[in-house]
Design a protein around this ligand. Sequence first.
Ligand SMILES: [Zn+2]
Length: 166
Amino acid sequence: MIAEIAAGITSIKNALAVAQTLRDQAKLGPVAPDIVTERLLLIHDHMLDLRQALLDAAEREQKLIEKIATYDQSKEIQADLDWEPDGGYYFRKSERAAGKMIPYCPICWHAASNTIPMANHKYPGVFKCGLHEPLYTTKVFEEWQNKQDAARRRNIGRFAPGGSYT
Ligand SMILES: [Zn+2]
């Protein structure tokens, strides 16, 4: 049982005990008005405690409902995520089926179940998370880099001593 409900039940028991005491005293003869007032104030205090316990229980219930909703949403996303080995990141199957190619940061997903879309880096085929350092490079980048290297080698050959002007 959650603590707030237990506290509420204790408050009810306390109030009933005070009422019982008053009833027992009344059976023995007239009870002085100040005693009656004192007992009623005690019952009143226990009712305030009960009210607080119910408010606390309602607050806890609300938090649990929100937690469950977050959990359900996370499960739903988990089922939709798939791993892209070329680059090493996640994508959502539903988005890819709809023609959207959004890469999601694997660090953010594993650390906090956050689906953080990664941005394109300045080089083609490279993605970067806004929250983390590592770059995610794909075959597109490797091909682009190989072309750059080849072009650089051609240029070096062209201007190197003895190189031919082609
Ligand atoms: Zn990240």
